[in-house]
Design a protein around this ligand. Structure first.
Ligand SMILES: [Zn+2]
Length: 461
């Protein structure tokens, strides 16, 4: 209680002193008389209490003077004192009563005290806020140092791209262990550090690619932080397209865990050496069991999980390029509804049983891509506006076109980048206009992945 009163006393004194100094400077009478009365009266209370008196004692003395004031709780008083809250009108009324002045006079006094205080106060750092600020700064520094310290002590899985060095688990500068696959291997993607079984501690999932075709197949390995082997999955397998045969020499292109309320799986995308085809593995994070695999006729460049059709279950979207055999291929999008379904009939291109797409789309090529024989792929999938998705198609020269589709994958708009338009206008004999852009809008829908090179002078099946 004393804090609020202390504040009021202080304010009143300030008002009086300021009023006096203004009066002295300008030789005009003080604007208010009542404030001085109130100030003196409250000062007297304080004086009577004595300088060495405790806060409680002062509060008690004040209580004797203030009749009928509503009780104030300590947190509220603290807030008043810090200036975060203004006293309630009934408290002011009580003070006015004690001071024997009208409430309106007291209000005037308070505002004039504030105004004068602000107007004539030289720039200085108030003691209490300054200490608070210093304390805050000190706390921030301590917090920062602690974070640094914690960061230095966090577990980290270390690997080097394209290196045959073993995988290392480190904490700060301390190497806890290192792990080497049982045959010569290279790592191409960062290991996942993820809690596979929900026990609160993270496991390490790493993909070891075979160093040479003789070292195939590669392995995806899950290790606990104490280096216990949780599971290991060999990947690869021989595939064929027409007369072409693909051995099991694959390297990892993507390693990603998708975990939502309704889905939990690891996707590994492996590219065949050199670049065709892609093998998609869907793995159960807990057991390491292969849920299913899928051989795609071209690179996979974008992975996206979303409940596209609002059926309450996620769909997995795989963007890339469909480019089997001879020919430049077409940007592609494969959709998988979850849970994943095994096809009952072999796929059209590789003739093998594999996970079944729900839908498959091919985006069109255009005159610039054809002229430069570029191999454009879906490189990015983003959520656009409400119920809209953007599919960014880039060729290796970075010439991009973006399609916007609704959640039923109906095209809404197509937008070439400036780089694309400039290259188009420079290399072709006509300027890119809206009519030409609009002609690219339709995309082709299939039940399963076709061979996108079939009508481009490429190899048919
Ligand atoms: Zn054109």
């Amino acid at each position: 209680m004393s804090s609020l009163r202390g504040r009021v006393v202080k304010r009143l004194l300030q008002a009086r002193q300021l009023t006096r100094s203004v009066a002295a400077d300008e030789a005009t009478p003080p604007p208010f008389d009542a404030p001085n009365q109130l100030g003196e009266r409250l000062l007297k209370i304080r004086k009577d209490a004595g300088s060495g008196v405790s806060q409680e004692r002062f509060a008690k003395l004040m209580d004797d003077h203030l009749a009928g004031e509503p009780a104030l709780d300590q947190p509220m008083i603290s807030r008043y004192e810090r200036g975060e809250r203004e006293p309630k009108p009934e408290y002011l009324e009580a003070y006015a009563k004690v001071a024997g002045i009208e409430l309106s006079e007291l209000t005037k006094l308070r505002s004039s005290a504030d105004c004068l205080h602000v107007a004539s106060r030289p720039l200085r750092f108030p003691l209490v806020p300054s200490i608070a600020l210093l304390l805050l700064a000190a706390l921030l520094v301590i917090w920062f140092l602690t974070q640094q310290q914690a960061g230095a002590h966090q577990l980290e899985a270390i690997y080097e791209v394209g290196s045959t060095k073993p995988l290392r688990l480190v904490r700060g500068d301390h190497v806890l262990w290192q792990y080497e696959a049982d045959r010569p291997s290279i790592m191409h993607v960062p290991p996942l550090m993820t809690d596979l079984d929900g026990d609160g501690s993270k496991e390490i999932v790493a993909s070891f690619d075979p160093l040479t075709p003789e070292d195939a197949p590669g392995r995806i390995v899950a290790l606990s932080s104490t280096k216990d082997l949780r599971w290991a999955e060999s990947f690869g397998g021989v595939a064929a397209m027409g007369t072409r045969v693909f051995g099991n020499h694959y390297f990892t292109h993507w390693l990603k865990r998708f975990k939502t309320e309704s889905s939990d799986f690891i996707v590994a995308v492996l590219a065949h050496q050199p670049h065709f085809p892609s093998l998609v593995l869907i793995i159960d994070p807990t057991s390491g069991q292969l849920i299913g695999d899928y051989l795609h006729p071209g690179r996979i460049e974008a992975l996206y999980l979303t409940d596209l059709n609002l059926n309450g279950r996620d769909e997995l979207l795989l963007g890339g390029i469909n480019n089997p055999g001879q020919g430049p291929g077409r940007p592609s999008l494969a959709i998988f509804e979850l849970p994943f379904v095994q096809a009952t009939e072999p796929d059209a291109i590789f003739g093998r049983l594999q996970l079944r797409e729900t839908q498959y789309f091919l985006f069109p090529r255009n005159d610039l891509f054809d002229l430069s024989m570029s191999v454009p792929a879906v490189k990015g999938i983003r959520r656009g506006g409400v119920g809209q998705y953007s599919f960014d198609i880039n060729d290796p020269e970075g010439r991009a076109i973006s399609w916007t589709l609704d959640r039923w994958l109906r095209p809404l708009g197509v937008y070439p980048s400036d780089t694309f338009s400039m290259a188009h206008n420079e290399k072709l004999d006509h300027l890119l206009g809206q009519e030409e852009i609009d002609s690219w809008l339709p995309i082709d829908r299939f039940e399963r992945a076709p061979n996108a090179n079939w009508n481009l002078g490429g190899q048919d099946r």
